[in-house]
Design a protein around this ligand. Sequence first.
Ligand SMILES: [Zn+2]
Ligand SMILES: [Zn+2]
Length: 256
Amino acid sequence: MKLRVLGAYGSEGVSQRPSSFLINGKTLIDAGCTSSALTVSEQLHIEHALISHTHLDHVAGLAFLTETMALSGHAPSFLTISSIDSVVKGLRSCFFSGVVWPDFTKIPTAKQPVVKFRDLEENAEQQVGDLMVRPVSVSHTVPAAGFIVHDGSNGLVYSGDTGPTHALWKAARNVGQIDAVILECSYPNRFGWVAKTSKHMTPELVERELDKLPSDVTVFIFHIKPQFYEETADELNRINSRQVVIVEQDKTYDLD
Ligand SMILES: [Zn+2]
Ligand SMILES: [Zn+2]
C-alpha cells in the first residue's frame, strides 16, 4: 500500500497544504488539497474520496478536483465521495450546494455526473474501490469519522480531526493488518485550552493517546497548524517514542 502525502497541515501556508492523502494513486483520504499537489493526469486517476468531516481544510480540494474531472473530456470520469451519513449530508447541502460551488452531482448531466455520494455504515467494514474501509465516529466539533483502511495485507488507521478518543483505537485493535496510524496534532501544548475547545490534539495529548493505539505501528503525525509548526514539532520530537514521526508533505510512504 502506497501512501502519498498531498497535504500535511491543518491549514494553509507557503508550500504548506491542508490535509490530504492518496492511497495507491486512486483513493483520497480527505481532500484539503488536490490540484495544487497533483498533475491533471494524476487527478484523473482518482476514483474515490473518503472524507472525515466537512471542515474546509479537509474538503477544499474537492472543488478543483471535480472541476478538473468535469472538463477533462475523459468521460466517464467521476469521483465517488464516501463518508458517514451526516458528513455526506453536510457536503451536499453546504459545499456542492450551487452557492459556494456548483452542484457536481448534476454536472455535466444528472445521469452521468462527476460526483457521486456514498453513505458508509458506521463501525462496519465495507469495500471502497480495492480497499476495505471501516468508518468510526471520533470526537470533533462537527460530525467526524476516522477510518480503518486495509487491502487484506496492509492497512492504516486515520484519525481525521479529533480530540482524545476511544472507539477508533478499540476497533483498530481487532484488525490484524495495521501498519501505521495517521494521527492529528494541531497545536503546541500552551494552546491546550484551544485544543480542548476545538477538539484537537496537542503533543501532550498525543503522548497520552499512544497507550491506546495498536502496538508496533508507526504513528504519523499530520495537521500541525503552520503558524505553530516549529514549536509543535519540537514538542512532538521530545516524546520518548521511536514510533512517532511527523509526516513529510509530498513523500510517498510504502506500507508494504
Ligand atoms: Zn482540520
Ligand atoms: Zn476539523
